[in-house]
Unconditional design. Structure first.
Length: 461
């Protein structure tokens, strides 16, 4: 029986795209396989937010071809949209499908899996092909007309993902100087209100317990609809009109946390709305934020964190992205970031060095004033130490207390030890001292922290 393997790179919204491809393939009778050697077709759902993301995708493609030379490799996602020629030139790549044509990826995979001629698919009118540029003649489907129809077609069920992503928004128009996403995903586009509600209701009917709303710029949902619908109103309707046990909001830009959305944390936080928020920070230095063309100042960001903490209470887990080594970042500006991060109640941090992306203003700034690699490495090390300290301090606060959690699909090695992987309502990784199936809502007494910093506990309810 034909099998496919899909490898995900990048953010939760990108993961939702990959889950949609998997869902449509399974609905067509295909089955997913864990091992590359067992796959007829390998789908690479790529990211291109950094040069490292590009490198990881290329490395995986080379490994997949090395371990299974007979497998056809289909590359989609942001890297496929940004630089299709680079990917088409790699050995084993049969198709490159940009975000602009991602809705066609499942059919392309099906054709390859059934050994049908992929050319039998009708090609879109707007298409860029590199067949005349590369000796291999690998077909490439990509253009700059983003239909965004793919987000309306993804089935959401509690299956392979206990906590699936419901992607309700695509694209971004912020044009931060370092970011390539507007070029790889287009402008902001919202899933219609009725479609969102229908998907949530279908998820609940299928037995789902926790759903994550995600998007490329989630807080912009509804602003392109006619009439415009505030994102907070959508979240309220989900909580008031459906039986969804727990709603979790993915990353939201700081200034999109308006009074109404923060109010939902006070009203529903810890009950049906997860007390967890991820606000991209990037830098704690005002001058750096201005060079990045970010839409807030450090004091705006701190005010949002304070308001969210007042609304959700001290059990709120706050996460952030922090970038190191943006062009021109001085020692003093980096110290501002360190001090700013130290002062705020972060439960975790995603840290990454600046990566110049072709076509962005940041690419030009990097060419004018590149940061020395050893300076970037030193600053990353300092932030990592701080991030570990803050995460440990946040988690220790919950030892001896009870928290709500949801059980996850447990890795075999952990299950063999008689334990179950879980995630607390406020987004803390947890190991239960018993074997349990996935997708169970439980009440847990936290007994301590493991050697690698995860919470440990026993089910009380």
């Amino acid at each position: 029986m034909p099998g496919f393997h899909i490898e995900h790179f990048g953010c939760r919204a990108a993961r939702a795209d990959g889950e949609a491809i998997s869902g449509r393939l399974r609905a067509a009778g295909q089955h997913s396989v864990h091992e590359l050697a067992d796959a007829d077709v390998v789908v690479v759902n790529s990211c291109s937010v950094t040069a490292e993301a590009d490198r990881q995708a290329r490395a995986f493609i080379r490994r997949a071809h090395r371990e299974n030379p007979a497998a056809k490799i289909v590359v989609t996602g942001c890297y496929a949209q940004r630089a299709p020629e680079e990917l088409a030139a790699l050995a084993g790549v049969a198709w490159v499908v940009g975000n602009s044509h991602k809705a066609l990826a499942p059919q392309i995979v099906l054709n390859l899996a059934h050994s049908a001629a992929s050319e039998s698919l009708q090609k879109p009118e707007a298409i860029v092909t590199v067949q005349t540029l590369l000796a291999g003649g690998t077909p490439v489907w990509v253009d700059d007309h983003f239909a965004h129809s793919f987000i309306e077609e993804a089935p959401i069920t509690p299956g392979a993902q206990t906590r699936p992503n419901l992607k309700i928004q695509e694209g971004c128009g912020n044009r931060c100087t370092f970011c390539v996403i507007p070029y790889t995903r287009g402008s902001s586009k919202s899933l219609p209100h009725a479609a969102v509600m229908r998907k949530v209701e279908d998820f609940v009917a299928a037995g789902g317990n926790e759903l994550v709303l995600s998007g490329i710029n989630l807080g912009r949902w509804g602003k392109d609809l006619t009439p415009r619908v505030p994102f907070a109103r959508l979240a309220r309707e989900i909580l008031e009109r459906t039986g969804l046990p727990r709603l979790r909001l993915s990353s939201i830009e700081p200034m999109d946390w308006d009074h109404e959305l923060i109010g939902l944390m006070a009203e529903f936080g810890g009950v049906r709305l997860a007390r967890h928020t991820h606000l991209p920070l990037q830098s704690g230095a005002d001058a750096v934020l201005r060079r990045m063309h970010r839409r807030y100042r450090p004091w705006h960001y701190a005010d949002k964190i304070a308001a969210l903490t007042r609304a959700a209470g001290p059990d709120l887990t706050v996460g952030a992205d922090v970038m190191v080594g943006f062009p021109g970042e001085t020692d003093a500006e980096f110290e501002e970031t360190l001090d700013f991060v130290q002062a705020l109640p972060f439960g975790y941090l995603h840290l990454f060095p600046f990566s110049p992306r072709p076509g962005t203003r940041g690419w030009d700034l990097h060419a004018q004033s590149p940061m020395a690699p050893h300076i970037v490495a030193g600053r990353m090390a300092a932030l990592r130490v701080l991030a570990v300290e803050k995460a440990a301090a946040h988690r220790r606060r919950f030892v001896g207390r009870e928290l709500d959690a949801i059980t996850l699909h447990t890795p075999p090695a952990l299950a063999a030890c008689g334990r179950t992987a879980a995630l607390t309502e406020n987004f803390l990784p947890l190991r239960l001292e018993s074997n349990m199936p996935a997708n169970q809502l439980v009440r847990v007494l936290i007994s301590g922290l493991s050697s690698d910093g995860e919470l440990e506990g026993n089910v009380t309810l």
